[in-house]
Design a protein around this ligand. Structure first.
Ligand code: ADP
Ligand code: VHF
Length: 373
């Protein structure tokens, strides 16, 4: 059995449709495209495939509705355009799926939703309930409330986190190119399509180049998304959405697009949630001994193994642990604020009460709250 045969057995898909494709290269929403993808998705559902849709396009659709020809640079104008455009986007999906007797649901998520454990579990239960009800969820970033600082920034990342959230088997990233090439095909006509490779392959980073123009991320965010999806064991396909029946052909085993297979053991759900935190509040610089016990033995991090702390974190915030050269070793939820952490680093845990007047935990980061990088 070739690796690609896995695709035919994938029963739960997340399908992400990118801005570049949805907006016909910036010339308004691609209505014919939406109708064609909806028809194919209805067909896949008939074949027993469960699916969640992650769709971009709100800003572009809003710009068209508002008669703006230039993409604004101010965040608030982008947010206003997204709020207007999301209506058009959802109306279209609703109408197209209704033709096949399917209900749709709008799900808007932001980073805070996925970093709070309670909200993460709520989002998960809602999406899984919608799947059980046979409803097509249409997910986008909640553009109205996010600031640049806490944006996912691109829907490739959001698609991968949704794949983690619902334990999808496959993340399909529909875009304007036929897949990932060994160089950007817009600027290099000799570029060749990559058929399949491990998501973790380091060679992918150089081939992905910089971000795209219309959409926000280009190929590099798709490669990173494939690596995030792989954490829960999901494979990724980067697929050309302009090809006829691309989704149906994929499901029937056609060798199209670029297949980025998951090449790691799936992480436990809690570790995945920890690893999915994009915002970190500080850094703990470890000594060599702490690096060795964390990496080699999966132990908790004690204050004695920390040489320096940076940032503005409070108890419970996500921080990064690095070695002395700045290389990330792990990340996790810290048990002390930066002020208290400064007083106890380099000291044995038995001294915490003496130094702080209280002790909440003997570790700076407990191993259950930590994930190796
Ligand atoms: N190696 C590559 N293979 C394919 N496309 C690439 C590559 N490197 C850069 N790109 C660019 O990435 C673009 C797709 O990314 P993007 O515009 O963000 O799309 P989307 O909105 O679908 O996420 C392509 O149009 C292409 O110009
Ligand atoms: N939330 C934004 C989408 C962000 C975006 O463009 O993402 P992508 O399609 O990955 O380049 C919107 O709906 O306009």
């Amino acid at each position: 059995m070739s690796r690609r045969d896995q695709i035919k057995t994938a029963r739960r898909w997340v399908i992400k449709i990118g801005s570049a494709l949805l907006t016909n290269d910036g010339k308004g929403l691609n209505y014919a495209g939406i109708a064609h993808w909806a028809e194919q998705m209805a067909e896949l559902k008939k074949q027993g495939i469960e699916l969640v849709l992650v769709s971009s396009g709100a800003v572009a659709a809003g710009m068209t509705r508002l008669g703006w020809s230039e993409r604004p640079t101010e965040l608030h104008r982008l947010q206003a355009a997204a709020a207007v455009g999301q209506m058009g986007l959802i109306q279209n999906y609703e109408a197209e799926f209704a033709r096949f007797g399917l209900h749709t649901a709008q799900v808007l998520l932001d980073h805070d939703d996925l970093s709070s454990r309670e909200r993460y579990l709520n989002a998960r239960s809602t999406l899984i309930t919608l799947l059980e009800l046979g409803v097509v969820s249409v997910v986008n970033e909640n553009d109205t409330v996010v600031t640049d600082e806490i944006r996912f920034g691109d829907n490739d990342t959001l698609g991968a986190l949704v794949a983690n959230l619902i334990d999808a088997d496959l993340l399909v990233i529909l875009t304007d190119q036929d897949g990932m090439f060994d160089a950007d095909p817009r600027s290099n006509r000799a570029a060749k399509l990559i058929s399949e490779v491990a998501a973790a392959a380091p060679s992918l980073d150089a081939m992905a180049g910089d971000g795209g123009s219309l959409g926000r991320g280009g190929m590099i965010t798709k490669v990173r998304a494939a690596r995030v999806a792989a954490r829960s064991g999901a494979d990724t396909i980067i697929l050309g959405g302009r090809q006829d029946n691309a989704l149906k052909r994929l499901a029937s085993g056609d060798n199209i697009g670029t297949y980025l297979w998951a090449d790691q053991e799936p992480q436990a759900a809690r570790k995945r949630w920890l690893a999915g935190h994009l915002q970190t509040r500080g850094t703990l610089v470890l000594d060599d001994g702490a690096v060795a016990v964390l990496s080699g033995q999966g132990k908790s991090l004690l204050p004695v193994g920390v040489k320096a702390v940076q940032g503005t974190f409070r108890r419970g915030d996500m921080v990064v642990c690095t070695d002395s050269s700045g290389r990330e070793i792990a990340r996790g939820l810290v048990n002390y604020s930066i002020g208290d952490a400064r007083k106890i680093i380099g000291q044995p845990s038995s001294q915490i009460t003496v130094l702080l007047g209280y002790q909440s935990d003997e570790e700076l980061i407990h191993r259950d709250n930590m994930v190796l990088s």
